[in-house]
Write a protein that binds this ligand. Structure first.
Ligand SMILES: Nc1nc2c(c(=O)[nH]1)N[C@H]1C(S)=C(S)[C@@H](COP(=O)(O)OP(=O)(O)OC[C@H]3O[C@@H](n4cnc5c(=O)[nH]c(N)nc54)[C@H](O)[C@@H]3O)O[C@H]1N2
Ligand SMILES: Nc1nc2c(c(=O)[nH]1)N[C@H]1C(S)=C(S)[C@@H](COP(=O)(O)OP(=O)(O)OC[C@H]3O[C@@H](n4cnc5c(=O)[nH]c(N)nc54)[C@H](O)[C@@H]3O)O[C@H]1N2
Ligand code: SF4
Ligand SMILES: [Mo]
Length: 698
């Protein structure tokens, strides 16, 4: 008997193959259901993450029975932001939204609507309705708040937005500002890293904080915050000066090696210079560069620890260049230029029936033509100023920018200026509290999804509804279908059940819906070094050390180090406020989950004991973190894990009045209002770690 059958027998349950979507990494999941209740979940044992689960995934079933979930559409009855809502029918809610949208289009043009989402493939449905039929070019994700510097760096260097890491086959892994044993991304990567460790791969972690990944590494390099670009530039200098790069690969596949090398020499980017900036000894930098170049399958990658600074784009580019110099990009153990599966749009609007926007998309109009996604931190000011053009209606799906963005004040002020604001969420989030209408969505195990898988090769993954939706909540595709009917576009959204659109999405796929239901996923071949057939996706078809697309758009084509001294005029705010993720929570989504709260109930500030002593602070004291923008009260943990001069806080807690979440409300500290709006000048990425604070006793 298979272990799946055993679980079914033991639990008296039936198995539904689905995906966990509690964080963006969408792990394949076995959901065991008895009497319309989920009784057990685990990783799909046939899938790439081999039954493994993170703790959030373990607790994920709670979302299907949380009594604090939104159950009905709600309409605002009080003043904007006052938080007074009452129940309304779906029909009334959608009719109100449709009428308002048509009025806004008439008055200001379709571009006055922007749709923002976080992590859902079902955004293809609002895309068809809002972008293709209504005609706004402004359908955006939340990438600027997330990994936008990595995305744009990969795009400019490799011509690929999301190279995936083949840790399992690597013998040398260098992680800069990434913490996969806590901020786990696709679990197959974490599992791969464990296999690499077991096989004796060397792991080097660069992080100002002794993270759980650093704890398992062979070497931890506590770097001065925001200076990784200098380290990476110096490492490439050693590899070039000592002739340790792969000359044949460079001759065939690299554009701009000579100008890049010359640029390093001209600017004095060398290990001695970098040691003075990073506080990593010169000998260590030289040794690491030599070790890295000596291992064919060595891989270096970045996380938010780089992107959270204003210089994050160039720093990330140089880390990718490091990989390029060894000639191992696209090969086993390195960064894989992932290929995508042939998934079609589930709703197909012929081109001649689409409405073409007259104005450019916001990111271009705002002066960030290369930003892969909207520079969302600047959106509120654009709304308030009416520049570059009026934005009058916002939809939020699975995103809570009032909590997640750097400026709560900006977002609330902007939301109050709008003519229409709609939040589609599981809870009455902080952003929902500011909106005119709030629509309840069915959660991950209550809806269907067909997505691209995120592991090495092309994959298609299926999320099947395992239990009925809570209350009157609906999947996004049905919300959009019903709204489209009110807007006069109903003919395009004509399915009765999700299987109808699923078959359209799978029309060109090498797998049928029936097969997907049986296995949960389809996985194609991983083609190492696929660039040999297709070239790289850059303008030149090569890896670009000298970026043509940056040059074409008037930016510096060569990566530079942005001095911290220019970016941080801190005055009395001498501590660098460093953000990171908690292993047992995901962003601002999980703080109402009692299992996860049992493990970690609030966030805290980590401070070096020497700094604490100077300020008369003791372990577990409450302290006040103060910036020029405000202050918060937070519990302290004194630890040598953080360098002096750094205050490290995990993101996600500190809800003042999170209406839907009785457990979440009031726990921990929300530090975002202290940070200020800092946005990468080319990528538009949020630089969450540019905040400076001072500390005092509470
Ligand atoms: N458990 C859990 N997993 C998650 C998430 C979650 O909330 N919880 N969120 C998911 C999301 S949306 C994302 S984008 C990813 C993010 O994944 P990561 O980027 O890996 O996560 P972070 O914790 O933001 O940052 C990584 C590390 O950067 C370090 N750091 C800070 N400043 C610097 C610096 O100047 N230089 C260097 N080298 N390091 C620095 C931090 O101390 C931290 O350890 O995680 C995903 N996975
Ligand atoms: N200070 C600081 N701020 C940060 C970060 C940091 O490290 N430090 N990290 C940043 C990063 S990497 C990211 S990705 C962003 C994330 O920020 P957001 O884009 O706001 O995303 P989340 O925090 O994951 O969740 C937001 C909302 O989605 C809702 N939700 C969850 N599941 C569903 C669903 O199935 N359907 C619907 N409709 N709603 C759902 C939740 O209730 C919540 O209100 O935050 C960023 N903000
Ligand atoms: S990493 Fe964890 S929370 Fe994220 S999708 Fe996978 S199991 Fe779910
Ligand atoms: Mo993220």
């Amino acid at each position: 008997m298979s272990s799946r059958d055993e679980i079914c027998q033991l639990k008296g349950a039936k198995l539904v193959l689905s995906i966990c979507h509690l964080c963006p990494w969408q792990c394949l999941t076995e959901v065991y259901v008895r009497d319309s209740q989920i009784v057990y979940v685990r990783g799909n044992e046939e899938g790439p993450n081999r039954s493994s689960r993170c703790v959030k995934g373990e607790a994920s079933a709670y979302f299907t029975r949380d009594p604090d979930r939104l159950r009905h559409p709600m309409v605002r009855t009080g003043r904007k932001g006052e938080g007074k809502f009452e129940r309304i029918s779906w029909d009334e809610a959608l009719a109100t939204i449709a009428a308002k949208l048509m009025e806004i289009k008439e008055k200001y043009g379709p571009e006055a609507l922007a749709f923002m989402w976080h992590l859902d493939s079902n955004v293809m449905f609002p895309y068809a309705l809002f972008a293709q039929l209504y005609g706004t070019p402004n359908c955006y994700g939340h990438n600027a708040a997330c990994l936008q510097d990595r995305t744009l760096a990969a795009q400019t260097v490799f011509g690929h937005l999301n190279p995936v890491r083949d840790y399992e086959n690597s013998r040398f892994v260098m992680l800069l500002g990434a913490n996969p044993f806590e901020a786990n991304q696709s679990l197959f990567e974490t599992a791969g890293l464990i296999v690499a460790l077991e096989r004796g791969a060397k792991i080097v972690v660069v992080d100002p904080v002794y993270s759980q990944t650093a704890m398992k590494a062979d070497e931890w390099l506590p770097i001065r915050p925001g200076t990784d670009g200098a380290l990476a530039l110096a490492m490439t200098r050693v590899i070039l000066d000592e002739g340790l790069y792969d000359a044949e690969f460079a001759a065939n596949w690299i554009l701009g090696l000579e100008p890049y090398w010359e640029h390093l020499r001209e600017n004095g980017y060398d290990p001695k210079w970098a040691a003075g900036i990073t506080e990593i000894p010169e000998e260590t930098i030289v040794r690491l560069a030599r070790e890295f170049a000596a291992v064919k399958s060595a891989v270096a990658d970045v996380g938010k620890g780089l992107g959270n600074y204003l210089g994050g784009l160039d720093a990330s580019r140089v880390v990718f260049i490091l990989n390029a110099l060894t000639g191992s990009v696209g090969g086993p153990g390195n960064l894989i230029l992932k290929e995508w599966a042939p998934l079609a749009l589930p709703v197909q609007i012929p081109e001649d029936q689409q409405t073409m926007a007259e104005r450019p998309p916001l990111h271009t109009a705002m002066g960030f033509p290369l930003a892969p996604d909207l520079p969302s931190a600047l959106l509120p000011r654009a709304i308030l100023a009416g520049e570059p053009y009026p934005i009058k209606a916002l939809f939020f799906h699975s995103t809570n920018p009032v909590m997640s963005e750097m400026s709560k004040a900006d977002f609330t002020a902007a939301l109050r200026e709008l003519e229409l604001s709609v939040a589609i969420d599981l809870y009455m989030s902080e952003t929902a509290m500011e909106c005119d209408l709030v629509l309840p969505e069915a959660s991950q195990y209550e809806r269907a999804e067909i997505r691209q898988g995120l592991w090495l090769g092309p994959q298609i993954i299926l999320g099947q509804p395992a239990v009925p939706p809570v209350g009157e909540s609906k999947p996004l595709y049905d919300i959009v279908r019903d709204l489209a009917r009110h807007m006069g576009y109903g003919a395009w959204f004509s399915w009765d059940s999700w299987e109808d659109w699923a078959r359209v999405a799978l029309a060109d796929a090498p797998v049928s819906l029936e097969e997907l239901r049986e296995n949960g996923f389809w996985s194609g071949e991983v083609r190492y070094r696929n660039y040999e057939e297709t070239g790289f996706g850059t303008l030149s078809g090569k890896i670009e050390l000298f970026s043509s697309i940056l040059e074409e758009n008037g930016y510096n084509p060569l990566p530079c180090y942005i001095s911290r001294d220019q970016t941080a005029d801190a005055g009395p705010y001498t501590f660098q406020l460093v953000n990171s993720k908690l292993a047992s929570h995901c962003n601002v989504s999980t703080q109402n989950n009692p299992y996860l709260v049992e493990m970690v109930s609030e966030n805290w500030a980590e401070v070096n004991p020497a700094d604490a002593k100077e300020h008369g602070l003791k372990d577990r004291d409450y302290a006040v973190l103060e910036s020029p923008l405000g202050e918060v009260r937070i519990r302290l943990r004194l630890t040598e894990r953080v360098s002096p001069g750094v205050v490290a806080v995990r993101h996600g807690h500190g809800f003042g009045r999170w209406a839907g979440g009785r457990i979440a409300r009031g726990r921990g500290a929300h530090i975002n209002p202290l940070i200020g709006v800092h946005v990468g000048p080319v990528s538009g990425a949020n630089a969450y770690n540019e905040g400076r604070v001072r500390l005092r006793k509470a």
